[in-house]
Structures are given as C-alpha cells and as structure tokens.
Design a protein around this ligand. Structure first.
Ligand SMILES: *Cc1c(COP(=O)(O)O)cnc(C)c1O
Length: 394
C-alpha cells in the first residue's frame, strides 16, 4: 500500500486583492441607490483621502486610473510639445506614456542600485533648457530621494509630479507621500496595488489652480462654476465646455470599494511589512540581494518584495522563476525597463548601456508573492521553495 499522494497546494499568485464584506455591502448599497457613476461616494472618497493624508486643505481628485491622474497633472501644469520630462527607466510604461499624450518628450534616466529608485545625480545630468518637470516613482513602495529631487527642482525651476502608484502609505522624512511639496502626487488603485477600487486613482495637489484645471479636464472640459459667478439661480441643466477634456471620472461603484479599502490601508501596510520581515530574515543567507529597507521611522508601503539573484547563485533569475512556478508559486518582474521596450527604445534610440544599473537589476530581479491575504505559512512556503531552488544545486 502506498501512501496517498499529498494533495497539491493551490497555486499562489504573486498578488491578490483583499475585499471584505464591508466593501461588498457598500457596492450593493451603491447599486441599490441608483447612483452608479460619479456621485456622493466619489466625493466622500476624496474627502476621506484628504483626511487620511492628514491635511484637509489638500485637493484630492478621484480618477479612473493613476494613468489618467498623471495625464491630468501634466496637462494642468501646461506640459506640451517642445518640453521634456525626466523619469526613471525602471517603471511601468504609464509613468512615461502620459508625457507623450501631451506631445512632450520623455528623458529616461538610470536608478540608484542601492534603492532601485531614480538617481538624483542622473536627473541632474539629464536636465536641458527644455526640461519642465520631474516624475519620481516611489519604486516598490520605498520613497525616492525627495530632499535631493526637491533641491534639483528648485535650483532649475522644475515641477515635480510624483508617481505614487506604489506608495500608499509611504513616508519621506516622516511625511506621507502626497503631503510633500510636490506639485502633484498620483496614487493607483489598480487591482494589484496596496488598496484597490478595481481600477482607479487619486490626484493630490496643494495647487488650487492645478486642481481646478484637472477637475474640468477630468470630465469633458465641463465647467459648471463659470455660471455661478453671475447668478445665484443656476439651472441644473446648464454647463459650459471650456476645453476638449477627457473621460477620467471615478464611478461611485469603484469609490464604494475605496471608502473601505482606505480605512484598512494602515493595517494592510503593517501586514505587508510583517511578511516582508519574514522574507528578510529567512532569505538573508541565500545568494540574493534583498530589497532596500526604509530608514528607521519611515513607512514603506511594501507594494512589491523584489529580490535580485546574485551572480554567485547556482541558477539565474529566469530559472528561479520557472522553478517557483513549478512549485505552484507565481512571481513577476517589475519591470522590464522602458529602455528595452521597442517603442521607447526606438523613439529615443536608447541602449541598455545607457542604463547600467537598471539593466543589471532587471536581469537579476523577481518579485516574490506579497499580499495581505498571505498567511505566515504561505510566506514560509515561498521561503522553502526559494531555498530549495538556490541550495539544491550547490
Ligand atoms: C500601476 C502603475 C501605474 C498605473 O496605474 P493605473 O491605475 O493602472 O493607471 C503607473 N505607474 C506605476 C509605477 C504603476 O505601478
């Protein structure tokens, strides 16, 4: 008699949302209310977001993606043809594509290999008389070097738009990303981000004029305020089109999720940090470069847990991903840098040798599963599989 086979463990994805009964009830309430597009819940989500950031004077503008929010921010700052915007090559294409939407040019620069964040020295070297704005990305949830980036922006008179798609909640100098003195900060609520509305984003700014423009452009270039100045009696049907705007508004169905996800954002961060700590301790003796850690007292959102396979490891990154996949563990790579993608490479004639740190990190890196529904046993399963893969071959 042979022992029955161990039932195969279910496949573990690299990310999963955590949506509970409160989110479900709020969505159902929205559906029953009959108000399914942008309405009272989107408005409340914006107010709650400002409260979450701890500064109710911030303008928070809910949009249907971070890509939309980044586009609106740059549009409101007047970025256009002839302008250049500097960002990291080590990001998702959304960060850079919005610059092209506006007919401006993207200057991609390399990362600091210690942090995987945009290198301030590389920013400074890329500035030309055409440069108008900087777009730091808080990669994986670790704040970019904002003091250095702010100093460069001030010195050269540049705008800053933070791509904070990974950075809820993240701090820099003890202040939440979104409350720094950047011109705008944009968060993502895409399905795999630290909080989710399915699809969604939030544009945050202190600049009242930027906020006003972004609100108009968020919805077809409609301005209802224009009428208010001339009469107290605004007919409900009256509006004016002041620009060819976009269709970037967040639905109340999505905002219903956001209201409850936001309440859980700090608990989610703590859970992610705990899981990261399990990985940090259990993987430290393996031939891996573990992710950069936040400075003491700073919050790291831990959107991603990125390890790099060292050259002295018995197998390389591609093989490790395969071995983990065969063990039922999903990993991913964040990111194949923009300079390797055909569009960006050909548009700006880019070479891998222009971005040695991003290139090397890319060749070595993988993102291990990290999501709030993971148990410690799940994390241990990942650890055991990584260890088996890297030690079995020695
Ligand atoms: C997810 C992501 C975006 C885009 O977010 P969407 O909400 O999907 O538009 C932009 N930048 C980075 C770095 C991202 O990870």
């Amino acid at each position: 008699m042979s022992t029955p086979p161990t039932p195969a463990l279910p496949f573990m994805p690299f990310a999963l949302p955590e949506l509970g009964e409160e989110e479900i009830a709020e969505v159902v309430d929205t559906l029953r209310s009959g108000w399914v597009t942008t309405g009272p819940k989107a408005r409340r989500f914006e107010q709650d977001f400002a409260a979450f950031l701890g500064d109710e004077s911030l303008h928070c503008i809910a949009v249907n993606s971070a890509t939309a929010g980044l586009h609106l921010a740059l549009e409101a700052l007047g970025i256009g043809p002839g302008d250049e915007v500097i960002t990291t090559t080590h990001t998702f294409t959304a960060t850079a594509e919005v610059v092209r939407y506006l007919g401006a040019d993207v200057k991609l620069v390399d990362i600091d290999p210690a942090t995987l964040n945009i290198d301030p020295a590389a920013i400074e070297a890329a500035i030309t008389p055409r440069t108008k704005a900087l777009m730091p990305v808080h990669y994986a949830g670790l704040a970019a070097d904002m003091p250095a980036i702010r100093a460069i922006a001030r010195k050269h008179g540049l705008k800053i738009v933070d791509d904070a798609a990974h950075a809820l909640p993240t701090t820099s100098g003890g202040q939440l990303i979104g409350t720094l003195d950047s011109d705008a900060t944009v968060f993502s609520f895409y399905a795999n981000k630290t909080i989710t509305t399915g699809e969604g984003g939030m544009l945050v700014t202190r600049d009242a004029a930027l906020a006003a423009r972004a609100k108009v452009m968020r919805l077809h270039g409609i301005n209802r305020d224009a009428f208010d100045r001339f009469t107290a009696k605004v007919p409900s049907w009256y509006y004016e089109i002041v620009a060819p705007g976009f269709k970037y508004n967040l639905t109340d169905i999505a905002a219903a999720l956001g209201l409850h996800q936001l309440k859980r954002a700090h608990a989610f961060q703590q859970k992610r940090a705990q899981l990261a700590q399990i990985y940090n301790e259990a993987l430290q003796d393996l031939p891996l470069i573990l992710p950069p850690q936040p400075a003491p007292g700073e919050l790291h959102a831990w959107h991603l847990y990125v390890v790099r396979v060292r050259p002295d490891a018995p197998i390389g990154r591609d093989r490790l991903i395969e071995v983990l996949f065969n063990a039922g563990i999903g990993c991913s790579v964040h990111y194949m840098p923009l300079h390797l993608h055909p569009y960006w490479r050909e548009r700006y004639d880019l070479q891998a040798s222009d971005f040695p740190h991003s290139q090397q990190a890319y060749e070595q890196m993988l993102s291990l599963p990290l999501y709030t529904r993971m148990t410690e046993a799940d994390a241990q399963r990942v650890v055991d599989a990584v260890r088996a893969a890297l030690v079995a071959h020695v």
